[in-house]
Design a protein around this ligand. Structure first.
Ligand SMILES: [Zn+2]
Length: 247
């Protein structure tokens, strides 16, 4: 059994772990006494946050151009459930469509937002980042990350923020929303093997971060920051991993 398979098998439901409500398990935050520097000490299940060598997010620079499997995305528009889970605003999919990489097919489970961006491109951070979380039935995860900057207009993000609960809770979108609205026009991307960026920081994620940034309105970014002023984990070292660039 390879190492990643073994790590995946430790988690009955990695997606659940990633999306558990703030009410479950130790109460972690981004800053202060329960902040990111403390996650690894808060619970034995969170150990990877402190000792893992393949953690996320990372600074994306000096990627190696490679002929790697492209992202074959087949998402579906849906009237997503919009949840404030105490850590982020998350849109849960019932039948969100698929992401295929090579011969592996993942299903879109949810997408959610961070501010500021968790990944940096050549050291540069943008206002926000969206993460599309996909899983196989065996619990392998593939996340597509897109950096988001202000100064633009994105009606899908405006719809999300208009519905986002300000306190923990959920709401339903009134009309189907197409997740494609959050994708840049070109699909050039960076790939590396990493982790969940929230406890338990499990190293089971194939990361795919788009090279191009999308723009959204400053008002919608401000609306998100009014709920979550900062929900980004600090950068983690690349260590011995490869960072690849594909298209
Ligand atoms: Zn995330």
């Amino acid at each position: 059994m390879d190492r990643r398979k073994f790590l995946t098998s430790l988690l009955a439901c990695p997606v659940c772990a990633a999306t558990a409500s703030a009410a479950d398990g130790p109460h972690w935050e981004y800053e202060g006494a329960n902040g990111a520097a403390k996650w690894g000490d808060m619970d034995s299940k969170f150990k990877a946050c402190a000792v893992g060598a393949e953690q996320s997010p990372i600074d994306i620079s000096d990627a190696i151009a490679a002929n790697i499997d492209s992202l074959k995305i087949s998402w579906k528009a849906e009237a997503y459930e919009v949840v404030n889970n105490g850590h982020t605003i998350q849109l849960n999919a019932k039948n969100g469509g698929t992401l295929t990489i090579g011969d592996r097919k993942y299903e879109l489970k949810q997408f959610h937002f961070h501010t500021p961006s968790e990944h940096t491109l050549d050291g540069g951070r943008t206002a926000m980042e969206v993460h599309f979380v996909h899983a196989t039935p065996e619990g392998r995860l593939a996340v597509v990350g897109v950096l988001m900057a202000g100064g633009g207009k994105n009606s899908a993000f405006s719809t999300v923020m208009a519905s986002a609960p300000k306190k923990e809770g959920s709401a339903a979108l009134k009309a189907p929303l197409d997740p494609w609205a959050f994708m840049p026009k070109t699909q050039e991307f960076f790939r590396y093997e990493g982790s969940l960026t929230t406890p338990p920081c499990s190293e089971v994620v194939d990361w795919n971060v788009l090279a191009k940034t999308i723009t959204v309105s400053n008002a919608d970014i401000a609306a998100f920051k009014a709920i979550f002023p900062m929900n980004a984990r600090p950068l983690q070292p690349l260590n011995r991993r490869f960072l690849l660039r594909g298209s």
